[in-house]
Unconditional design. Structure first.
Length: 124
């Protein structure tokens, strides 16, 4: 009975450690992507996505940078190159609702070249 309890305890500890390492890796990826977007470093952004084997469309909804999604973070940071890269790699359906355009215009970023790229890609 004691051996079973010990085995269960050890396996639970091992599982919790494995989970926390995965969460830590995900957090580090998110921080790196936010930093590259803010710095308008498209090359580093592409390299990080490729080395992590992640597509922007798969992580777009999950990553928040200063309370904004990656596209809004690019607009607020005036990061035209990375913003246009993100727009080109997102499905049109994500951009078609116009929420990012409305957010940008409401926050004084209506003249951003990223907004023009969103409108062009989404057909707005």
């Amino acid at each position: 009975m004691k051996l079973t309890t010990v085995l269960v305890s050890v396996s639970l500890c091992a599982a919790s450690l494995a989970f926390s390492q995965k969460a830590s890796a995900d957090d580090q990826l998110a921080v790196s992507l936010c930093e590259y977007v803010a710095a308008d470093d498209k090359s580093a952004l592409r390299k990080k996505l490729k080395s992590s084997r992640v597509k922007i469309r798969n992580v777009f909804d999950a990553i928040q940078c200063n309370g904004n999604n990656l596209l809004r973070h690019a607009i607020a940071s005036n990061a035209a190159d990375t913003g246009e890269f993100i727009v080109k790699n997102l499905p049109k359906s994500v951009l078609a609702d116009g929420a990012d355009i409305a957010w940008a215009e409401g926050n004084g970023h209506g003249g951003s070249p990223i907004i023009a790229a969103i409108k062009d890609r989404a057909g707005l």
